[in-house]
Design a protein around this ligand. Structure first.
Ligand code: DUC
Ligand code: ZN
Ligand code: ZN
Ligand code: ZN
Length: 492
């Protein structure tokens, strides 16, 4: 029979093994993965010669903000579903899980889901799903968890900070309790909102406005305290959680201690905590403001080292981008602009919190040459598929089972260059990683057997917009609640 696509002469790397294999694709699925040379003579509509470059399951980025309204009260998203997913696919990522945000004034999560479907539908270059952001955990939202699962949503994000989003501990317990029943993974933004708000006031009293004070106002202790509290709440309910965007090694220590005790506590980190520091917030002009994100980049090399270590040793389940690009001078929303004569480089309190990075995540991490290759695949693809209920359709190269989503890299040592924003496909006029030496970039990205990115053949294949499909997700396949029994207050 004729195949749709052959990928020959690659070094195939999955979370499980590395080897010289050829791949055959049929009807959007992996049909065969066999020893190099065994497909010689097979017929196919298209053949890619990987020339000894690595071939991996397509990247999965499970933390991306697209087309969100000014929820944090500070700015609108610069990327919509078209520009965000084209950026992703050009950087080797074939699946995104973005956020469907519920406003506090909106009691329904299902309404938020429908609104986000409308933004994404027919606009995506990648396959996609959504995590619901639950900022109103009232009875209606809680009663909808079951319907969310039926709609293919098996994860939620909640916040312990930001007035517009924050849940109180009692509300977090309500969410975790129902999440346990419905086998939903709760992602938690763990920072202590009171420490942050209190410190902001102290800084303002002293007229300290510069972007670097963003880091001062989000100290490690705010993250450490909230992380430990999140772990404690999840232990009490006996339900899995994922702590998102962990920046501080001391917070990671609470997570690994919980894991050593057998708790289903998972964690995520992001490139900004491996490559940026507080000093980036103090770059001249408005450049510092562009590196403001929450939690902030930490002090220096020791912090980076601790975070790499956590990726290596399994404390972190996933490395996501937290792509969160903003339009800075947005007067439309009637909020105070972050730029003013009193603070020409930006007032830290009004600077939107987030950096772009969906396109650079894989190449930055691979170029750093810090992780074993199979570990790299695990944290950038396979584990996200497992945690969020997409495995083994995504995150694997299992014949007859997995979608033919591939990231094909240049042969080693052939692609060193300096990163510039002009290469990137997001709708943002900067990258925090401008000028970095990159050792790798995806040569091809393949989604369900279709080549969607071919760097040497014009790059992005624009006719593929809308090829990306919504993915209905199952429950997590990683370890869940420790007890199979219903939660019973008398047991505590
Ligand atoms: N949390 C995120 O997940 N993204 C950007 C800002 C934030 O606080
Ligand atoms: Zn967050
Ligand atoms: Zn570093
Ligand atoms: Zn985020």
């Amino acid at each position: 029979s004729k195949y749709d696509l052959l990928v020959l002469n690659g070094v195939v790397v999955t979370d499980q093994e590395t080897g010289n294999f050829d791949i055959a694709v049929k009807d959007g699925k992996i049909a065969k993965v066999v020893i190099r040379g065994s497909l010689n003579g097979a017929k196919a509509t298209k053949t890619i010669d990987a020339e000894g470059g690595m071939v991996m399951p397509g990247g999965i980025d499970a933390h991306v903000h697209l087309a969100e309204p000014a929820l944090f009260g500070k700015g609108q998203s610069a990327d919509n579903y078209e520009t965000g997913t084209r950026s992703a696919i050009s950087g080797g990522t074939t699946t995104l899980i973005t956020f469907a945000p519920q406003r506090k004034s909106e009691p329904s999560l299902l309404a938020a889901l429908e609104a986000t479907h409308a933004l994404a539908r027919d606009n995506c270059y990648t396959d996609y799903s959504f995590h619901l952001i639950c900022s109103n955990a009232g009875p209606q939202a809680i009663s909808e968890f079951k319907a969310l699962r039926e709609a293919g949503i098996s994860s939620l994000k909640i916040y312990m900070t930001y007035e517009a989003l924050q849940l109180q501990d009692s509300e977090i317990l309500d969410v975790l309790f129902e999440a346990r029943k419905q086998k939903i993974v709760t992602m938690i933004h763990a920072e202590n909102g009171a420490i942050i708000d209190w410190t902001i006031k102290k800084l303002e009293e002293k007229k300290l406005f510069a972007p670097k004070y963003h880091a001062t106002s989000h100290p490690p202790v705010a993250e450490i305290e909230a992380t430990y509290r999140a772990v404690s709440l999840s232990e009490f309910i006996d339900v899995p959680i994922l702590i998102v965007h962990v920046s501080s090694p001391a917070a990671a220590k609470h997570i690994s201690d919980a894991q050593k005790r057998g708790l289903p506590v998972y964690a995520e980190t992001c490139p900004q905590y491996l490559f940026l520091t507080r000093k980036d917030l103090d770059k001249p002009g408005f450049e510092g403001a562009k590196c403001v994100c929450s939690p902030p980049p930490r002090e220096g090399e020791q912090d980076h080292e601790g975070i790499w270590q956590g990726l290596e040793d399994g404390t972190f389940t996933v490395l996501s981008s937290d792509h969160c690009p903003f339009i800075y001078d947005n007067t439309e929303i009637g909020k105070k602009s972050c730029i003013d004569s009193e603070y020409p480089n930006g007032h830290f309190k009004y600077i939107p919190n987030g950096c772009p990075g969906v396109e650079t995540r894989l190449s930055l991490a691979l170029s750093a040459n810090r992780l074993k290759l199979q570990k790299f695949v695990e944290v950038t693809s396979t584990n996200a598929a497992k945690l969020y209920g997409l495995y083994p359709r995504k995150g694997a190269l299992l014949a007859g089972v997995s979608d033919a989503d591939l990231t094909i890299w240049y042969p080693d040592g052939t692609k060193e260059f300096e990163l510039t924003n002009s290469m990137l496909h997001h709708n943002v006029d900067y990258t925090p990683y401008e000028g970095r030496t990159m050792k790798q970039w995806p040569r091809y990205t393949v989604l369900r057997g279709e080549v969607v990115w071919a760097k040497d053949e014009g790059g992005l294949i624009a006719s593929k917009k809308g090829f990306g499909q919504f993915l209905k997700r199952d429950a997590s396949s990683l370890a869940g609640s420790r007890s199979q029994e219903e939660w019973n207050v008398e047991n505590f």
